[in-house]
Each structure stands twice: as structure tokens, then as C-alpha cells.
Write a protein that binds this ligand. Structure first.
Ligand code: ATP
Ligand code: MG
Length: 591
């Protein structure tokens, strides 16, 4: 078994030095007791844990360091963030917005977004952050589904994304526009208010109302990788898991400079891009810019980032950029790097150990789970290509599955796979605080996600004899070829091991003999030509390593389709290949 052995200094500094001991001693009740709770036993509120709690004790510490598009750096202390978020909560009150009502944001990653998000949670309203690059239809669909009554956005985004669909949004009472009030419409016109005017008029002090840990806090839409995005409902108690999992899986603490590259429009960008680093009292780096390999290395080096949370696509782009680029920057502060969202190919883990000075730690979770569930840990050796082991407090299982890839119902229940190495549906024992409490408007679908006390994830995995989990694919993407079940990830990882391949996606294509044949799409690294010789070489390379489950067809594609959260859209490749309708495209990356 290939492992990357972690150097000693990392082991010594790790916040969870002994995985086995942590699993034995961990309890969610104790994790809950680590939260401060609202004063006078008034409950548990995410924004209190993230902001007010620290404003009392270490108000001068930097909560947010914002790297502006214009090159300016702005530091916001915890005390300052408390004042600003309190003003926002008061502003909602001034507008007559009440507890439980839904506040949407459609904002780029600027200070306004963080203030609105945390201010909304303080007020006891439900936050639903939308990705700012969504077009009018995805915005309208989510606002409609979520019955948003407040939208915080920029004048430009409003004109382009919201005005065309505003008539279809009767529940939307208030639109709060950021930026210069003089440039926008008058307050009150068509429900518009200038955010700046509201914050100016609002009081600095706000007492968070009693918050039941089961009060709804967040409404998060899934990435839409397998179809129409689903709205997952999360409660305030989730903060217990945000906090505890950040210690265990991200090795995060108060003295860290933490950078999460995910946008808060995706769950990672909220759970770990807003909440968890602040509950720890760390400094959260907010980068307003887009992906650019050189600039990202500069941010890591200049800001002395200690813990970095990113995604496989971004890492693959850095890899494509070459190892020399990393070597030109001083990454010595970087202690821990983690990745989520898609399978992380072993190739990328090996590359990062050399290029970044620390291997990337893969971890697995979903919008529905609210927090990291399975991870490679800071103090433990890494098995490249494995998503790791369940976090302390999390019980994971592999369930026997039927031909559709989903858990087989046996006498109304389910059964665990006995043999290590046999794949099945990944399931998690219900009982951790950040598990979603519902899908918006889809009660049946929610109910169907549970069986025998397990939450069924829809992902196909195997567990090795030592308890490490290996991702095979989504149940929807698993390929049946000549009697074999093939997880696309395994085939993609083999292709990625060829020096010409930067990214790979594999689908099943109907075939009269094999049932399905494996078809691969690859993007090449710079300097390689997509000629017939390379085509044959790649197929041969895969055949030698994979045997009968190797791809039979291969296409070089300079732009594999991705979701905006960075995931390869195999369903779209398949629809295009088969000439079928392309389905819901609301989250497809277009630029
Ligand atoms: P939808 O549910 O709308 O189809 P989605 O599942 O991509 O979209 P998310 O909740 O953002 O929406 O993503 C969770 C999924 O991402 C997981 O179920 C899994 O398929 C994939 N994933 C996340 N992390 C990993 C990982 N480390 N390795 C492999 N797959 C991962
Ligand atoms: Mg999903």
C-alpha cells in the first residue's frame, strides 16, 4: 500500500495527534460543551459562536483579511465585525423582517457578503447564499423555491440577473443594494434600500434573540452535478460540527491564517469559508480575485497562509502550471492543505508533497452532511487516492448495493458489505449535528435518503482492511461493462498518471455487446499534441494498467464541462455523447 509518510514537525504540531485515541474519546455532547452558547442559556447561535464570542475576549484580533481586486488589503477585527453584523441584524429589524424569514445574498466575495451572512444569522433569519455568477434563471429558481423575502446584491448584479425575473418573485419584499447609494434608486422604490443607508441608520448593539439549536439557519443548494440542485436545510446546531471538524480535519486553530478558496455560494464556502475559521478565532483570508496560478502562489506566500482548503480542479490547474512556479514562492508557512468536492487523484497528492512542501489531504462530505465526514488527518500518513477515514464522532459504512449502485433494501432494511474491497453505497450513522434536516419541498426524497438509522449518500465507495475509504464514483455514474462494475474515478486516475494528461472524465456508453463501454475524455497538459499516436498511446497505457475495464474510446477535449463549484459534469458529457437532452444546466461553468 502506497503511503506518504508525514514529516515529524507536522506530527508534533498537529491538533489531533492520535486518531485512534480521538475516536475513542470524542463525543458530540462534549463538542457541544466547547461552544460558548448565548448568554443566560438562550441557546446556540452560529453568529454568536463565530463573532460575538470572540469580540468579548479578543476583539482586536483580525477576523477577516480582505484582498481586494484593486490590490488593497483591508483588515476587519472581531470587534469591528461584531458592530457591522449587529448593524445588519438591526437593519433587518427596521425593515420588518422577522425570525425564520429567508435572506438571500447574490454577492461577490466582498465584506458586504460576510456582514450580511453573519448579520442574517444573528437576527435569527435563514441565510441562503447564491453564487454571484448565476444567471437570471438559476437565481429566480432558487429565490422562488426558498421564498426569499430579502435579497442583498450589487446594483450591477441586480440589473443583469434579477430585474429580468423580478416579476416572478412575489415573496421578495426587499432588495438591499450595496455600493454608492447616490448611484442607485431611491430608498423605498420597488422595495429597494441602500445597504449603506440602512447600516448607517442602524444601531451598533444587537442582542441576539434566543435561538433554539434546531432553528433553521442555512438553506444551501447542492452543486447540481447529478441533476436539478436540491435545497438542503441546516440548523444552528450545525456549528458544533463546523467547529469540531475544522480541528480534526483541517488542523485549524486560533493562531492560523486560513484560506478557503470555495465561494460561499457552495456549502464549503459557508461551513469552512465563513463559519468554522471564525468560531476558532482564526484570521480568515478573503480573496476577491479569480483563479490565477501565479497570484494564488503569491497569496499563499505573502499572507503566510498556514492552512489552505481548496478543490481538486484548482490543484489540477496548479499542477498543469508546473512545479517551477511553486518553487519560486516561499510556502514555508503552509502547514496543512486539504481538498474537497471531487475525488483527488493520487497523482495530485504526490505532486503537492513536492511542489507545496506538504501533501494535500483529501476529505469527503456533501451539502447534506453540512460538515467534513471522512478525511486524511494532519498527523497521519496519507494513502494517495483515498479519501481517508471517518472523523471522530462519525460512523461510516459501506452498504451492499443493487444494480443501480444504491443500497439494496433487504427485508425493508439494508446490509453492510462484509469483505473489505467490495464496493457499495457509502452510508453514515445518523446523529451528528450538521446533518441536513430536509430538502426544500421534497419530503419524499428526504425520507428516501434514510434507512435503518443510516443516511445514504448516493456515492459508491470501498473500504480497505485498515478502514480507509476509497471513492469509486457516484451511484449515477457507475459503469456496467461486460459484467464488471467500473467506478469512473479509478479509470480517470490511471489516465491522470500519464504525463500528457491534465484532467480526465469517464462515462459509460451503451454498447450492444458489453452493455456499456468505457469512454474517456481527456484534457492535455501544455506541450502535448492531440494526434493519433498519442490517442493510441493513451488507450494502450490504460489497457496495460486496467485490463478489461480500460476505456475502449477516447476523445481529447480541451474544455471538460464543470459545475461552477468545480466538479466535472459526467452527466453532460454523456448526454452530449448520446445526443440526449442536456438536462439542468443552471450550475454549469460557462466562462
Ligand atoms: P448534486 O447533489 O446536486 O448532484 P453534488 O452532489 O455535486 O450535486 P455537493 O453536495 O456540492 O453537490 O457535492 C457532494 C458530492 O461531491 C459528494 O456526494 C461526492 O460525490 C463528491 N465529493 C465530495 N468530496 C469528494 C471527495 N473527496 N472524493 C470524491 N468525491 C467527492
Ligand atoms: Mg449530491
Amino acid at each position: 500500500m502506497e503511503t506518504i509518510v508525514k514529516p515529524d514537525p507536522v506530527r508534533r504540531g498537529a491538533r489531533m495527534p492520535d486518531y485512534a485515541a480521538a475516536c475513542r474519546t470524542f463525543s458530540w455532547a462534549e463538542a457541544r460543551a466547547q461552544m460558548s452558547g448565548l448568554p443566560d442559556g438562550r441557546g446556540l447561535n452560529i453568529a454568536h459562536e463565530a463573532v460575538d464570542r470572540h469580540a468579548e475576549t479578543r476583539g482586536t484580533a483580525v477576523a477577516l483579511r480582505i484582498l481586494g481586486r484593486d490590490g488593497a488589503t483591508t483588515d476587519i477585527t472581531y470587534a469591528d465585525l461584531r458592530r457591522r453584523t449587529s448593524r445588519f441584524a438591526n437593519a433587518l429589524g427596521m425593515l420588518g423582517v422577522t425570525r425564520g424569514e429567508r435572506v438571500f445574498t447574490l454577492l461577490p466575495r466582498t465584506l458586504d457578503l460576510y456582514v450580511a451572512a453573519l448579520g442574517t444569522l444573528k437576527a435569527g433569519c435563514v441565510l441562503s447564499p447564491l453564487f454571484s455568477a448565476f444567471g437570471p434563471e438559476p437565481v429566480a429558481e432558487r429565490l422562488r423555491l426558498g421564498e426569499g423575502c430579502v435579497l442583498v446584491t450589487t446594483p450591477r448584479l441586480y440589473e443583469r440577473r434579477v430585474r429580468p425575473v423580478r416579476d416572478g418573485l412575489p415573496a421578495l419584499r426587499h432588495v438591499l443594494l450595496t455600493g454608492d447609494p447616490a448611484a442607485g434608486p431611491d430608498d423605498g422604490d420597488e422595495g429597494f434600500s441602500s445597504l449603506a443607508h440602512l447600516l448607517e441608520a442602524a444601531d451598533d448593539a444587537f442582542a441576539i434573540p434566543p435561538t433554539d439549536p434546531e432553528d433553521t439557519a442555512l438553506l444551501h443548494f447542492t452543486s447540481g452535478t447529478t441533476g436539478r440542485p436540491k435545497g438542503a436545510v441546516h440548523v444552528h446546531e450545525a456549528v458544533v460540527a463546523h467547529h469540531a471538524t475544522a480541528t480534526a480535519a483541517l488542523d485549524l486553530g486560533a493562531d492560523d491564517v486560513f484560506w478557503c478558496t470555495a465561494d460561499p455560494g457552495w456549502v464549503t464556502g459557508t461551513s469552512y469559508g465563513i463559519v468554522a475559521p471564525l468560531t476558532h478565532g482564526a484570521t480568515l483570508l478573503v480573496d476577491e480575485g479569480d483563479f490565477d496560478a501565479e497570484r494564488w502562489y503569491r497569496v499563499l506566500a505573502d499572507q503566510r497562509v498556514t492552512v489552505w482548503y481548496t478543490a481538486p480542479t484548482a490543484l489540477r490547474m496548479l499542477l498543469r502550471h508546473g512545479t517551477d512556479a511553486a518553487a519560486r514562492h516561499d510556502l514555508s508557512a503552509l502547514r496543512h492543505v486539504a481538498s474537497v468536492g471531487e475525488p483527488l487523484n493520487a497523482e495530485v497528492v504526490r505532486w503537492s508533497a513536492e511542489a507545496l512542501g506538504t501533501p494535500v489531504h483529501d476529505n469527503w462530505w456533501q451539502t447534506e452532511t453540512g460538515a467534513i465526514m471522512i478525511s486524511n488527518f494532519a498527523a497521519e500518513d496519507i494513502r494517495p487516492g483515498s479519501m481517508g477515514r471517518p472523523l471522530p464522532g462519525i460512523e461510516a459504512a459501506v452498504l451492499e448495493r443493487g444494480p443501480d449502485g444504491r443500497a439494496l433494501r433487504v427485508d425493508g432494511g439494508v446490509r453492510e458489505v462484509v469483505d473489505p474491497g467490495t464496493d457499495g453505497e457509502l452510508a453514515l450513522r445518523v446523529g451528528w449535528p450538521s446533518l441536513f434536516r430536509g430538502y426544500l419541498d421534497q419530503e419524499e426524497r428526504y425520507a428516501a435518503s434514510f434507512a435503518d438509522g443510516w443516511y445514504l449518500t448516493g456515492d459508491v465507495v470501498r473500504r480497505d482492511a485498515d478502514g480507509w475509504f476509497w471513492f469509486a464514483g457516484r451511484a449515477d455514474d457507475v459503469i456496467k461493462t461486460a459484467g464488471h462494475l467500473v467506478g469512473p474515478f479509478e479509470v480517470e486516475s490511471v489516465l491522470m498518471a500519464h504525463p500528457a494528461v491534465a484532467e480526465a472524465a469517464v462515462i459509460g456508453k451503451p454498447d450492444p455487446v458489453a452493455g456499456e463501454l468505457v469512454k474517456a475524455f481527456v484534457t492535455l497538459r501544455p506541450g502535448w499534441e492531440p494526434d493519433a499516436a498519442l490517442h493510441d498511446e493513451l488507450l494502450g497505457f490504460a489497457r496495460r494498467r486496467l485490463g478489461s475495464v480500460a476505456p475502449k474510446e477516447l476523445t481529447v477535449d480541451p474544455h471538460l464541462p464543470h459545475t461552477r463549484s468545480g466538479k466535472i459534469l459526467r452527466r453532460l458529457l454523456k448526454a452530449r455523447e448520446l445526443g440526449l437532452p442536456e438536462g439542468d444546466l443552471s450550475t454549469v461553468e460557462t466562462s
